[in-house]
Ligand binder design. Sequence first.
Ligand code: FES
Length: 214
Amino acid sequence: MKKITLTIDGVAVKADEGTSVLQAALENDIYIPHLCFHPELPGQGVCRLCMVETGNDGMVTACRTPVEPGMAVKTKSPQIDRAIRPIAELLIANHHATCRGCPSNGKCELQKLMAHLRIDRKRVRRLWPPHEELPPDTSPLCFDYDPNKCILCGICVETCQQLHGRSSLRFMNRGSDTVIAFFGNEEQCTSCMECTGRCPVGVLMPKKAESQQG
Ligand code: FES
């Protein structure tokens, strides 16, 4: 694969031709906020958190912008902060009030984002009162789904589509009622568990072996 050189925040980095700006940054240990990106999937452009500036094009999503030779990428600016901070704050306000007890604690992409943007969860929950909590969906055979933690990134839906040619999982309802569900497609699920493994915030949690048997 041909390598090209670009700069990210003034640092010269090398990247494979055809790769996205987000991938190039992450492969060079430069963090750009992101939630709907997974390295095995094409950039989705759903969460709008990976905004960067690339000179001529103004602000673009890094996950859907291919690298170009000599490109100068800026990952931080007042404009970028104004664009992404309200999105991140809303997601955090509506996420669970505490990470204590969550199996994703310590490896959660939302925690990483919160630390990067220095967001105080208590403050945002005062500013953006969270929605009423919903009961977890324990009806699927192989995993439990917690709608109160879901960031609706779509990685699980796209993963199922990519691996099986047709996704068993769907977005259901609208607006603040949107959740991920089988929507009558549960029999198509092969229990491959890739969706749970790729979930960036631990919303889809594999059932414990004993509860699957029981
Ligand atoms: Fe680019 Fe979500 S990671 S829009």
